[in-house]
Unconditional design. Structure first.
Lengths: 377, 121
C-alpha cells in the first residue's frame, strides 16, 4: 500500500464513489483517488469491527493486471527475487519489483490462474509499475491492465460467513489461494487474502457491478464499511508494510525483513538463483546480513509515536526515525516500525523516540503486534 | 453560560476568576477518535497563541493553543486517563485546562457562537 499522491492533479474516483458519499464517508486524496478515510462510525469502531466481525474496504484504487503467454511466469520472475514459475495453479504469492540496486519499486500480490497471472499492485505505483513491466518484459508476454475492474476487500473473522451467503463456494478457499466464482451471474475473481492480519477475501469484480455487490455485502449483519484510516492501523498491528512509508526504492527486501518472500529457488544454490535486478546486493545481504533492519517498536509510555519521529540510543546517538507509528487500537499501546542498525535490532533492545523533544523509551519487539488469524484450512 | 471561540477551534468559558478551555465539537469531529492528550503544567504561564497542549487521534496529532495570555490553574486529569471524553463530551467532561487570564477583558475579543459557526460552515 502507498500513501503517495500527486498534489493538484484532479482526483480520480472509484466505482463505489457514490456509495461512499451516501454512507457519509469522509473522503481524502490517496494515491490520486478520492478515497474514504472513515465512515460515521469512526476509525476506532471500524478497526474493532474488522477484528471482531467483518469490514468492507474499497481498494479499487489499486492496480489490477494480467500477464499471459507461455513465457509470462519466467519473464515476471526475472524482475523479482520470487519463485513465480513454481507457483501452482490457484495459489497466490507476495512479490517485490526491484531496481538494479535491489531497492523496492513496489510490493504486490499475484495469483497463478492457469491461463494467466493475475497481479495486484499499489495504487500510487500502478502507472510506474506498468511502464516498468512493459519496458522489461513487454516483448515476452502480454500485459493487460484491468482498469474496468473494481477491487473490494472483506476482512475479519466473520468475513467468510457473510461472503458465503452470497458466494457459497468461497469456503473452499484457504489463505493465499484464489478462484473464479459468480454472484447472480456476475463473474468474480476472489482470493483469500488481505492486509489486516485477519481472515478475509479480496474480490475483483467488473466496475459496473461493484456498487450492487458492495450493497449486497453491506446488507449482511456482520459487515460494516471501513475506511483507509482503519486499514492503516490494522495493517500496522499485523506488522505489514505500507509502500512509500515503510518500503521505498532505497530499502532492500532483506533490510525490510521480507526474506520469507524470497523462495529457496531464487537464493544462492537454488535452481533459478539470482538473475533478478539487484540480485548482487540481495544475495549478499541474505548471507551476510543487512546493515540496517526493519524492526517493531512498542513504547513504554502511552504516547503515540508517529512517522518521522527521530530515534536514538539511550546514550543519545541518532539511529534513524520511525517510518510508521500509531496507538494500536487492538493492542492498546503505541506501536511503530523503524529501520535501525542491525546491532540494535534484537528483541528487547531499548531505543528512545524523541516525541516533541522528549525521549520516550521504546522496546524492539517481534511483529506482528497482534497475532494474525489467517485461515489455512 | 455562553461560550467564546478561537479560530484554532478552542472554546473558552468564563468563570469567576478563571476561564475553562477545551476543543470544539468541530475539532473533535475532524480529529476522530482521540487517544492521547498532553496537558500543560499547572502554574505555567503562556502567551496567547502558544502551544499549551497536544491532542492526538489514531490518525492525526494537533496542537492545542493558549487562547489568551494567562497562567494554568488546573488541568483535566480525567481527560488524561480517558482521552475519548474529548469526543463524547467536548464542551463538558472533555475540557482541557483552566486559566487565570492576565487580562480578563481579553475574552471579549474572541469569536461568539455565530462567528464561529460561520467560520466552520
Amino acid at each position: 500500500m502507498s500513501d503517495a499522491s500527486s498534489a493538484n492533479a484532479p482526483l480520480q474516483t472509484t466505482p463505489l464513489h457514490a456509495l461512499h458519499l451516501e454512507l457519509g464517508a469522509r473522503m481524502v486524496p490517496f494515491a490520486g483517488y478520492s478515497m474514504p478515510v472513515q465512515y460515521p462510525s469512526g476509525l476506532m469502531a471500524e478497526h474493532v469491527h474488522t477484528r471482531t466481525q467483518a469490514g468492507l474496504f474499497d481498494v479499487s484504487h489499486m492496480g489490477q493486471l494480467t500477464l499471459s503467454g507461455p513465457q509470462a511466469a519466467l519473464a515476471f520472475e526475472s524482475l523479482m527475487p520470487v519463485d513465480v514459475v513454481g507457483l501452482a495453479p490457484g495459489r497466490q504469492r507476495y512479490g517485490l519489483l526491484l531496481n538494479a540496486e535491489g531497492g523496492i519499486l513496489d510490493d504486490l500480490m499475484f495469483v497463478n490462474r492457469g491461463d494467466d497471472l493475475f497481479v495486484v499492485v499499489n495504487g500510487a505505483r500502478k502507472v510506474a509499475d506498468l511502464a516498468h513491466l512493459q519496458q522489461r518484459m513487454g516483448t515476452q508476454c502480454t500485459i493487460t491492465p484491468l482498469p474496468d475492474q473494481a477491487l473490494l476487500a472483506l476482512q475479519g473473522p466473520m468475513a467468510v460467513t457473510a461472503l458465503a451467503r452470497l458466494v457459497p463456494g468461497v469456503t473452499s478457499l484457504v489463505f493465499m489461494t484464489g478462484a473464479s466464482f459468480n454472484w447472480e451471474g456476475v463473474p468474480l475473481f476472489i482470493t483469500r487474502s488481505g492486509y489486516t492480519g485477519e481472515d478475509g477475501f479480496e474480490i475483483s469484480i467488473a466496475a459496473n457491478q461493484a456498487d450492487g455487490f458492495a450493497r449486497a455485502l453491506l446488507a449482511q449483519p456482520e459487515v460494516l464499511p471501513v475506511g483507509l484510516g482503519a486499514r492503516n492501523s490494522l495493517r500496522l498491528e499485523a506488522g505489514l508494510c505500507l509502500y512509500g512509508q515503510d518500503l521505498d526504492t532505497t530499502t532492500s527486501p532483506v533490510e525490510a525483513g521480507l526474506t520469507w518472500a524470497i523462495q529457496k529457488s531464487r537464493r544462492s544454490g537454488g535452481e533459478r538463483a539470482g538473475g533478478f535486478p539487484g540480485a548482487k546486493r540481495v544475495l549478499r545481504e541474505l548471507t551476510q546480513g543487512p546493515t540496517r533492519c526493519r524492526v517493531g517498536l512498542v513504547a513504554q509510555e502511552r504516547v503515540p509515536v508517529r512517522e518521522h519521529t527521530p530515534l536514538q540510543t539511550p546514550e543519545g546517538t541518532s539511529v534513524g526515525e520511525v517510518c510508521s507509528g500509531l496507538l494500536g487500537p487492538t493492542c492498546n499501546q503505541p506501536i511503530a516500525m523503524a529501520y535501525v542498525p542491525r546491532e540494535l535490532s534484537a528483541a528487547g533492545t531499548v531505543l528512545h523516540a524523541l516525541v516533541r523533544g522528549k525521549p520516550v523509551p521504546m522496546v524492539v519487539q517481534a511483529m506482528p503486534f497482534v497475532p494474525t488469524r489467517y485461515y489455512r484450512g | 453560560m455562553s461560550l467564546k471561540y478561537t479560530a484554532e477551534h478552542e472554546w473558552v468559558q468564563s468563570g469567576a476568576d478563571h476561564v475553562t478551555v477545551g476543543i470544539t465539537h468541530h475539532a473533535q469531529d475532524a480529529l476522530g477518535d482521540v487517544v492521547f492528550v498532553e496537558l500543560p503544567e499547572v502554574g505555567k504561564h503562556f502567551k496567547a497563541g502558544d502551544v499549551a497542549g497536544v491532542v492526538e487521534s489514531v490518525k492525526a496529532a494537533a496542537d492545542v493553543y493558549m487562547p489568551l495570555g494567562g497562567t494554568i490553574t488546573e488541568v483535566n486529569e480525567a481527560l488524561r486517563d480517558d482521552p475519548a471524553l474529548a469526543n463524547s463530551d467536548p464542551l463538558g467532561a472533555g475540557w482541557f485546562f483552566k486559566v487565570r487570564l492576565d487580562n480578563a477583558a481579553d475574552v471579549d475579543g474572541l469569536m461568539d457562537e455565530a462567528a464561529y459557526q460561520a467560520l466552520t460552515a
